[in-house]
Design a protein around this ligand. Structure first.
Ligand SMILES: [Zn+2]
Length: 177
């Protein structure tokens, strides 16, 4: 994701005191970076899709045909929903350290509310919510900036390679670019 004012403002929290709802904030005199409220919005969107995928798990997943980027233009079949759930869990496990990963596992993956998490993990309420904020920021940024296939924007992830190839083609770029 290449961040700019127009894609950040759509995700920003209107009442954010850091960016004033603009989504970008200055980091140096001449540079801007997305605000944490933008990353948190990314995580919430990804998490909501993750839960949808889990809930849809009892039904057979649709298989999508994807075009590979390779020189021979091979095609592969994939189960997008399962791939997404695996990516969501693996990236989170890789990026979060011990205590934050515990909060992530209990709260996000197992659905425990703050009371249960605080009791199980022996955390103060304030520390629990600070951890949730930290997790949302770290994962939101990672899900949007992951290379080569970011989880966010979700529409792009679930469209897969077909869309990427089509876009390259319509922009007059060679398919193998
Ligand atoms: Zn903000």
């Amino acid at each position: 994701m290449d961040w700019n004012r127009s894609n950040a403002i759509g995700l920003a929290k209107a009442s954010c005191t850091l960016c004033g709802g603009m989504g970008m904030r200055p980091i140096r005199k001449t540079k801007e970076a997305p605000c944490n409220c933008v990353f948190r919005a990314v995580l919430r969107a990804c998490y909501s899709r993750f839960r949808d995928c889990v809930n849809a798990g009892s039904y057979a997943s649709t298989i999508s045909l994807e075009f590979c980027r390779g020189r021979d233009g091979r095609r592969t079949y994939s189960r997008k929903r399962e791939e997404y759930m695996a990516d969501f869990c693996l990236v989170s496990k890789r990026l979060l350290d011990g205590p934050d990963y515990d909060v992530f596992r209990f709260h996000f993956l197992l659905g425990a509310d703050w009371r249960l998490c605080c009791r199980q993990l022996k955390l103060e309420r304030g520390n629990f919510f600070h951890a949730v904020y930290r997790i949302e920021q770290v994962l939101g940024r990672a899900f949007a900036e992951l290379e080569p296939y970011a989880l966010y924007p979700l529409a792009e992830y679930f469209r897969g390679e077909i869309q990427r190839e089509t876009r390259g083609f319509s922009a007059g770029l060679p398919l193998s670019a």
